[in-house]
Design a protein around this ligand. Sequence first.
Ligand code: 1AL
Ligand code: ZN
Ligand code: ZN
Length: 504
Amino acid sequence: MNSSLLLGVAIAIAIGCASILLPYFSDRNQGLNEGCSLLPHRHFWLYSKRVLTPGGIMPAAVEINGGHIVSIVHQNKAPKQTKGAHVIDYGNAVIMPGLVDVHVHLNEPGRVEWEGFVTGTKAAAAGGFTTLIDMPLNSVPTTTSKEAFDMKVDAAKGRLFVDVGFWGGLVPENALNNTAIDELLQAGALGLKSFMCPSGINDFGQTNASHIKEALRILAKYQRPLLVHAEIPQPSEDEKTEIDISERRMYSTYLRTRPPSWEEEAIKILIAVSKDTHFDGSKDRAHIHIVHLSDSSVSLDLIKEAKESGARISVETCPHYLAFSAEEISDGDTRFKCAPPIRDVLNRECLWKALKDGHIDMLSSDHSPSSPELKLLEAGDFLRAWGGISSLQFGLPVTWSYGQQHGLQLDQLSELWSQRPAKLAGQHKKGTIVTGNDADIVVWDPENEIQIGENYTIYHKHPITPYAGKHLFGSVITTFVRGNMVYENGSHASTACGVPILAV
Ligand SMILES: NC(=O)NC(NC(N)=O)C(=O)[O-]
Ligand SMILES: [Zn+2]
Ligand SMILES: [Zn+2]
């Protein structure tokens, strides 16, 4: 064979090899930040017999490239040869949109000893959450000004294992100062949060109807929501001054201090204020979102009626109101203390019915840990302990396990934890598995039983949670945030590559 022919053959072989290997090498280097992902690929396929898409649950293959979902094909149509991309076959595991938690207290800067961005977002990733929206308290400073907002965003950079957005705080100090509110929203707050009762934090005061009305005027312009802790203290008959510790240890004592009327009165005012929020210049009315609803009686009826008459009101509830009931909370066990309180078993069953019937729009964790000392676990003093339940890592197995007993389906669960929360936070590229969206995905096994015990790694800063010892169904296998495998079977990516989400 003469030399020119030999040369030609050699070149052909070289080109052939390159065309097979090139995608792999180019894929490996394309936009791969060191340590962001446990998977050394930016272009890959996920297969499973149960992929949850807006069209339902089906066997499918999801193609991910450069952090986005680029195609979804029914599995028996998926290209056998995937152009050199990497294929992960998850068998019968469920591939679902990553969970979006619109109510989390990460408490950084300022109270990292309570939680913090690193521990909170690692726990989130291990729990299948791909986006968190952080509350404006209990960080120091509270996020009630542009300066404080910018400080929080700076503190978050390089410390997030999932994507995190931020609510601004509406307090008496800024409520009537339109410039301050405008600046906070311009800085990137996804909406505002206010309390109609004491928040437990001195530098986050409670707001009244006029504060809220004023803020809604501005929020309507930005089309961003106002989230409200809807409780207003009501005069009580037995306002005893001195209650001894044995009585303070009783859960029933605490429960009596925050009756449903606190929620009812606050919700009445919110409905009244929401009536005429068609402000000049705003294309739509302001959106009020009631956080952590506990009362499934009159409060819920008020919300239903308001929605039916066209009020732009949405409402969330939390896993602890759906998992536990007052009857089962032991005296002194302040792990269960939160506001509004966990009510009786009848109330819980009505919450489940409302959730399934669509009267409660979404779920959130209201993950609100404190330092262990503040929970007063020794004294068991329900009246003086910190109110807040630590649960972020367990939201999925808790709501699935108890949800199954109430006939909740996987697609409903995904609507409640992903689609609707993403919409509330204005995150239109998150919350569903559709082409073009961020590749925010959780792969999990709903049938796998777990026990939150000694050998179950809890990533929260403190392992103080009412879910300790619980047998649940549902374990997270893998979590992807914008195509980065940030968590898989007990391991996290080595670098925190989640991003702060700012409203545009
Ligand atoms: N300052 C808080 O974190 N409060 C929280 N505490 C609860 N829920 O018990 C809340 O969301 O109201
Ligand atoms: Zn609250
Ligand atoms: Zn909260």
